[in-house]
Design a binder for this molecule. Structure first.
Ligand code: NI
Length: 191
């Protein structure tokens, strides 16, 4: 585990200039790779991790989005990134093997979208406050308690790691309307 921690901490000290980082294409639903349960990040993954995280940030900022999970770029690992870009300032958060370890009984509804369901939005009801445990890009174990937009965003991204999309919270009727609309837009784009 020590080697892993050292490799991870290199990330924090020497980011490459953004212009050199190639964004990865983001998968659009329906895609079987979005429905997979991802495996935990382990020491065998360390070599490619820094590059993957940088490219995921490039993809997310370009979209633009505030969260992106590894399966959305076709990588079946328990890894997600978040940046709410509050006040237009970057505050990147890297979540390696994140886990929701506490949920409030209070619920909150919020309009959600997803880079894998472009231009589709719907209200999703989730626990208002969550406690999330994860490893960050320096290899440090962290725990955060989140509410509001960050809470919804963390829950949304962590669910991606189990193949769950926000539309899976909706009624079958609403979900099918969105998926059909998406399929139609995909066909129009491919014409
Ligand atoms: Ni999403």
């Amino acid at each position: 585990m020590h080697r892993y921690m050292r490799a991870m901490s290199a990330l924090a000290f020497a980011p490459r200039p953004a212009a050199e980082v190639l964004p990865l294409p983001i998968l659009v639903a329906p895609d079987a790779r979005l429905k997979l349960r991802c495996r935990p990040v382990g020491s065998a993954d360390e070599a490619g991790l820094r590059d993957l995280i940088e490219r995921m940030f490039a993809s997310m900022y370009r979209a633009p989005g505030i969260g992106l999970a590894a399966p959305q770029v076709g990588v079946s690992l328990r890894l997600a990134i978040v940046d709410l870009m509050e006040n237009d300032r970057k505050a990147p958060l890297v979540l390696i093997n994140p886990e929701v370890v506490g949920r409030s009984t209070d619920l909150a509804g919020r309009e959600e979208g997803c880079l894998s369901l472009p231009d589709q939005y719907a209200e999703v009801v989730r626990p208002a406050v969550v406690k999330v445990r994860f490893t960050d890009e320096t290899g440090a174990k962290r725990e955060i308690t989140a509410e509001g937009l960050l809470s919804a965003c963390l829950q949304h991204e962590i669910e991606h790691l189990d193949g769950v999309l926000f539309v899976d919270h909706l009624s079958a009727l609403k979900r099918n309307i969105i998926l059909r609309r998406l399929a139609k837009e995909k066909r129009l784009k491919d014409l």
